[in-house]
Design a binder for this molecule. Structure first.
Ligand code: BV8
Length: 243
């Protein structure tokens, strides 16, 4: 099964990988389907925490949830799937907010973050301030910070539910998914929109769509091949001879 797919990849000029939380699962980052997390956070709904209303209702709680996730990210390491993407010429359109593709060595110009980056902060107000997260603070109990420019709350530079995706990322992802010859879909439940629409867009534009996921999902019908297995095991094999 893999050999003909690998041959198709090696002859393709343009390849895009559309990824979700399953790409980072084997790096120890829990997926959204796993809920808000284990222990303390398991009683919270990530859809509520990752929303403007959730932050407005309890900014300290939401800031603490992100601090917990950021500490996890610091402990996490890129897995063989991230490393296979780094060693390829594949453009990565990701729903993930972690920095594991960057830490695996994928160059910035081959990564599009549709939902932002958890390792950056921005002002929750309108002043436009944006800064890398302060890793020193992760050692403390201080989770909620004030914007150094205007004094409003700082919040992670991610797209919350009910917020629009960055226009530039949407446009670039749209162009790539319309033009790609092969779309490799990795580790996504395909339930978050408008990101999930890129799978149908690529398929409708003539791309051959290969899906890597241990579980079936609503997007399977838009994929030409559904490989049942994990990202860290299957993606390196698929990309091994893609040139
Ligand atoms: C918006 C950042 C306009 C935050 C995230 C139709 C059109 C437009 C909008 C909507 C629509 N329908 C509904 C909506 C609203 C909403 C939405 O999609 N709701 C759904 C859930 C019902 N969308 C939005 O709000 C978006 N904004 O549309 O703006 C607008 C403006 C105003 C008012 C209305 C609309 C914004 C969505 C972005 C939300 N932010 N992240 C943060 O992280 O804190 S999304 C977040 O959830 C993640 O980033 C990720 O993208 C998503 C979860 O999806 P997956 O990545 O697929 O992960 P999941 O856990 O679901 O699945 C994991 C998969 O991996 C599974 O299939 C599993 O089997 C597999 N897996 C597990 N292990 C492995 C594996 N695969 C491979 N290997 C393994 N080892």
């Amino acid at each position: 099964m893999m050999a003909p797919l690998a041959r198709r990849l090696s002859s393709a000029e343009r390849i895009v990988c559309f990824s979700g939380a399953g790409l980072s699962a084997e790096s120890g980052i829990p997926t959204f389907r796993d809920g808000a997390g284990d222990g303390l956070w398991s009683r919270f709904d990530p859809m509520e925490l990752a929303s403007p209303g959730g932050f407005q209702k309890d900014p300290e709680l939401v800031a603490s949830w992100y601090q917990w996730r950021r500490r996890q990210l610091l402990q996490a390491r890129p897995n063989p799937a991230h490393e296979a993407l780094a060693g390829s010429r594949v453009c990565c359109v990701t729903q993930n907010v972690d920095n594991l593709l960057e830490r695996a060595g994928v160059p910035q110009d081959r990564i599009i973050h549709l939902h932002g980056r958890i390792d950056h902060d921005r002002c929750n107000g309108r002043c436009g301030h944006h800064q890398p997260m302060d890793t020193g603070l992760l050692e403390t109990d201080v989770a909620l910070q004030s914007c150094p420019r205007c004094g409003d709350h700082l919040r992670p530079a991610v797209v919350w539910f009910g917020e629009s995706l960055p226009e530039a990322a949407l446009m670039e992802a749209d162009r790539l998914c319309r033009e790609t010859e092969v779309l490799i879909v990795v580790g996504t439940s395909g339930v978050v929109w408008p990101a999930a629409g890129f799978i149908e867009l690529a398929s409708g534009s003539g791309a051959h769509v290969i899906n890597i996921n241990p579980e079936p999902g609503p997007m399977d019908e838009h994929c030409d091949v559904n490989l049942r297995g994990s990202a860290a095991r299957l993606l390196p094999r698929l990309l091994a001879d893609s040139g």
